[in-house]
Design a protein around this ligand. Structure first.
Ligand SMILES: Cc1cc2nc3c(=O)[nH]c(=O)nc-3n(C[C@H](O)[C@H](O)[C@H](O)COP(=O)(O)OP(=O)(O)OC[C@H]3O[C@@H](n4cnc5c(N)ncnc54)[C@H](O)[C@@H]3O)c2cc1C
Length: 261
């Protein structure tokens, strides 16, 4: 065998750095607004954790067959002094037959341990932009709210959120007071099913682009995110001005979709 033919050790694919692993222990579990369940964790080395609001961790959660599956969840909050990291799980699906994410959130008990890797993801706030647009559905609320809580209060932020009805709305002041240049538009799907549709893409199409250089964070169901991205590109935004990622998709099991076309 020549040197060219010698077997080589596998290397991580480009753009996929090895993420640090953390063993998290559950410290609290509670219901949270908008049909969420909040699980709070700690870890002995958690003071070394650093991330950008909007980023996520990849959690190894128990699955129905007794194995573990990867699920991406946003860091909803992180209190370095107290050593506490919270995650909000959207309780989607059939309550009698929950998928691993919501099932974990329903059943988690203080002291439970899980392994996660991270942080990862690029759906975070860009300080240098003149204006900001962020769009998403229910499972994006943790990312959206955490960005609203941590960005400069005077940022010109436009938020489009897709939910089923008014019960899922949260007042801006309950998220954070003093967001004078933030505008949240709640879009009610009503009878329309969550999933691939034109609902958010139409809302993005109606959004009047403000003056100056903007930055858009588009997250949610993958095909919906793609449509929104293409709309903004057709109206002159460059690819660098858009961070977009598919958070879920009918039939997909865990993971995330890069939306870069
Ligand atoms: C970077 C990133 C951050 C995320 N942050 C959060 C977060 O903070 N909170 C949160 O709740 N979710 C978040 N998500 C979405 C979450 O990872 C997915 O919804 C994931 O599929 C949930 O796992 P599961 O075990 O419930 O369902 P899976 O076993 O992965 O999927 C089973 C089926 O359920 C359906 N499904 C999955 N997710 C949804 C959904 N949101 N709405 C409707 N149907 C769905 C699909 O048909 C899917 O095939 C994030 C995703 C990414 C990529």
């Amino acid at each position: 065998m020549t040197q060219d033919q010698a077997p080589q050790a596998p290397t991580p694919p480009m753009g996929r750095p090895q993420l640090r692993q953390w063993e998290l222990t559950v410290t609290a579990v509670a219901d949270a607004p908008a049909n969420m369940r909040r699980v709070t964790f700690t870890a002995p080395d958690i003071a070394e954790f650093s991330y950008r609001p909007g980023q996520a961790i990849v959690m190894m959660l128990p699955t129905a067959d007794g194995e573990f599956g990867r699920r991406d969840y946003t860091i909803r909050s992180f209190d370095k002094d107290k050593g506490l990291l919270a995650v909000d799980f959207f309780m989607h699906g059939d309550a009698n037959n929950l998928t691993p994410g919501p099932a974990f959130a329903r059943d988690a008990k203080i002291g439970d341990k899980i392994n996660v890797r991270g942080p990862r993801g690029g759906a975070s706030f860009r300080e240098e932009a003149d204006w900001h647009l962020i769009t998403g559905d229910e499972c994006c609320l943790p990312a959206i709210f955490h960005i609203l809580e941590t960005m400069p209060a005077k940022a010109q932020m436009h938020v489009l959120i897709e939910v089923d009805n008014i019960d899922s709305e949260i007042a801006l002041n309950d998220i954070r007071e003093g967001l004078t240049a933030t505008q949240i538009t709640w879009l009610h799907r009503g009878e329309l099913k969550a999933g691939p549709n034109d609902f958010m893409a139409d809302a993005v199409g109606r959004f009047m682009l403000p003056h100056g250089r903007g930055h858009a964070i588009l997250i949610g169901e993958t095909s919906n995110v793609r449509k929104q991205r293409q709309n903004l590109i057709s109206r002159g935004l460059t690819r660098e001005q858009i961070a977009s990622e598919g958070y879920w998709r009918p039939g997909r099991i865990g993971g995330h979709d890069h939306v870069e076309d």
